[in-house]
Write a protein that binds this ligand. Structure first.
Ligand SMILES: NC(=O)c1ccc[n+]([C@@H]2O[C@H](COP(=O)([O-])OP(=O)(O)OC[C@H]3O[C@@H](n4cnc5c(N)ncnc54)[C@H](OP(=O)(O)O)[C@@H]3O)[C@@H](O)[C@H]2O)c1
Length: 234
């Protein structure tokens, strides 16, 4: 797929990986709609980018947004969904664990209500996370939600062909998802990536490159690309 002159909708497109994807798609000549719950957070966006407000867990609002924007060629979701809870299962706050799955339900809603308006050769990319296939202690919520996203995509790929759907799985990426600031932020990235083959946090732009690869390559569907600094081998 050539991205130029295509219409793209990016959920979570106002921060981090989604925002980097919005910028990359716009630089390649797509007309892009960046969506989140508080899109005013995005600040200045490039020419060709508009913003819309929508919560991906609100199915009615999402269906209305798709009706309004249809037809389109590219759907990306990197929306975190809501809160996420970390920690070992045996001491887990179970409401928090369940709430972590809002990411899955948000993605499922996007695919469920968006695919019907996607062009015949259209393409979808979702974002999982390295713990889906190699988790560290305390990451049971990340691991089970990420694995569910990847399993969903494998099944849906055969249901929506010839349209394509793929996943990009990031390792630790320096985005606003991590609230720490200053020295403690850097120290946490250094400590948490020390055992990785590429011992640093990745950038949102590096993940966006993986997302654009999945969009452009017409021979790729139902699979996952890892952009994780070697997390899976560490
Ligand atoms: N950063 C990492 O190290 C890392 C690692 C592995 C996986 N990931 C995954 O990568 C994806 C993107 O993460 P990120 O680091 O780019 O996070 P981020 O910078 O916090 O961005 C998250 C985006 O999702 C939007 N969002 C959250 N909940 C939403 C909802 N219910 N409806 C609509 N939009 C919603 C947020 O905007 P609003 O708050 O305005 O809604 C924001 O634009 C996530 O799925 C995350 O789990 C990230």
């Amino acid at each position: 797929m050539k991205v130029a002159n295509k219409k793209a909708i990016v959920f979570g497109g106002t921060s981090g990986i989604g925002l980097a994807t919005v910028n990359k798609l716009a630089s390649l000549g797509a007309s892009v709609i960046a969506v989140s719950r508080s899109p005013e957070k995005a600040g200045d966006l490039p020419t060709g980018v508009s913003v819309k407000q929508c919560d991906v867990t609100d199915r009615q609002a999402l269906a209305a947004l798709f009706e309004d924007c249809a037809p389109f060629d590219i759907l990306v979701s990197s929306a975190t969904g809501g809160t996420r809870t970390l920690g070992p299962l045996i001491t887990m706050d179970m409401d928090g664990y369940q709430a972590s799955f809002d990411k899955l339900w948000g993605y499922a809603n996007v695919v469920r209500f968006g695919t019907q308006h996607l062009s015949e050769n259209g393409t979808i990319v979702l974002v999982s996370g390295a713990p889906a296939r190699r988790a560290k202690p305390g990451q049971v919520s990340l691991s089970s939600v990420g694995a569910a996203v990847e399993a969903m995509v494998k099944t849906v790929a055969s249901e929506i062909a010839p349209r394509r759907i793929n996943v990009v799985s990031p390792g630790i990426i320096d985005t606003p998802m991590y609230p720490a600031e200053g020295q403690s932020r850097q120290e946490s990235f250094t400590a948490n990536t020390a055992s990785h083959l590429i011992p640093r946090a990745g950038t949102a732009e590096e993940v966006a490159q993986g997302i654009v690869f999945m969009i452009e390559n017409d021979f790729v569907t139902g699979t996952t690309v890892d952009v994780d600094g070697g997390w899976l081998l560490s």
